[in-house]
Design a protein around this ligand. Structure first.
Ligand code: S3P
Length: 179
C-alpha cells in the first residue's frame, strides 16, 4: 500500500448482506470511532427511503447522491464508514475514500448473501423476479471493483465479531506501520 496515505478512517465496502452495518458498528465501538452509513446519510438528507429514490427518480439519481456523500466525507477523522453495495463501482468514489481510509471489503458467496437477505425487503435492486440470479449477476460484475480494496475479508465462515476483530487488527497494523 502507498505509504503516503493517511489512514484516519476505516471504510467498509462489499455486496448487500455481507455484514457491513453490523461489523461497522462493532469496529466503531471497539476503536471508539464514530459510525456512519452512506445509505443513512442519503435517507436523512433527503427525508426519503432508498426504495423511494430508486422507484421515483431512478438509480442514476441515487448514484449521484451517493457520490456527493462520499465527497462530503473527505474531512473525516476517526470514523467507520459503511457504504452501499454499489458505491465502489464508481471509480471516483474509491479514489476519494482511499485518500483518508483503510478500505476493507467484506466478501461473501452468493449463497450466503441470499441466506442473509432473503427475508429483507428494503433493497430495490433485489425487487426482482429472480433475486438469486440477480445477486450472482451483480456480484460477478462488481467483483473487480470490490477487489480494489486494501483488505479483502471472507465473511462466510466467520462470525460478525470475528470479522470485526480482523478489521480492527488490520487497521492497527496499517496505522502502526505509518507512524
Ligand atoms: C445497493 C445496496 C444498498 C443500497 C441500495 C443499492 C447496491 O446498500 O445502497 O439499495 O447497489 O448494492 P447495502 O449494501 O447496505 O444493502
Amino acid at each position: 500500500m502507498n505509504n503516503d496515505r493517511h489512514l484516519a478512517n476505516i471504510t467498509l465496502i462489499g455486496f448487500m448482506g455481507t455484514g457491513k452495518t453490523s461489523v461497522g458498528r462493532l469496529v466503531a465501538d471497539q476503536l471508539r470511532f464514530e459510525y456512519l452509513d452512506t445509505d443513512e446519510i442519503i435517507q436523512s438528507g433527503t427525508g426519503r427511503s432508498i426504495t423511494d429514490i430508486f422507484e421515483t427518480d431512478g438509480e442514476p439519481t441515487f448514484r449521484l447522491l451517493e457520490q456527493q456523500v462520499v465527497k462530503d466525507l473527505a474531512g473525516r477523522k476517526q470514523t467507520v464508514i459503511a457504504t452501499g453495495g454499489g458505491l465502489p463501482v464508481n471509480p471516483e468514489n474509491l479514489v476519494s475514500l482511499k485518500a483518508h481510509s483503510l478500505v476493507v471489503c467484506l466478501w461473501s458467496s452468493p449463497e450466503k448473501i441470499w441466506e442473509r437477505v432473503r427475508h429483507q425487503s428494503h433493497r430495490p435492486l433485489l425487487h426482482d423476479g429472480h433475486p438469486q440470479a440477480k445477486i450472482r449477476e451483480l456480484l460477478a460484475a462488481r467483483e473487480p471493483f470490490y477487489k480494489q480494496a486494501d483488505v479483502l475479508l471472507n465473511t462466510d465462515l466467520r462470525s460478525l465479531r470475528e470479522v470485526a476483530q480482523q478489521v480492527v487488527h488490520q487497521f492497527r497494523l496499517e496505522a502502526a506501520g505509518r507512524r
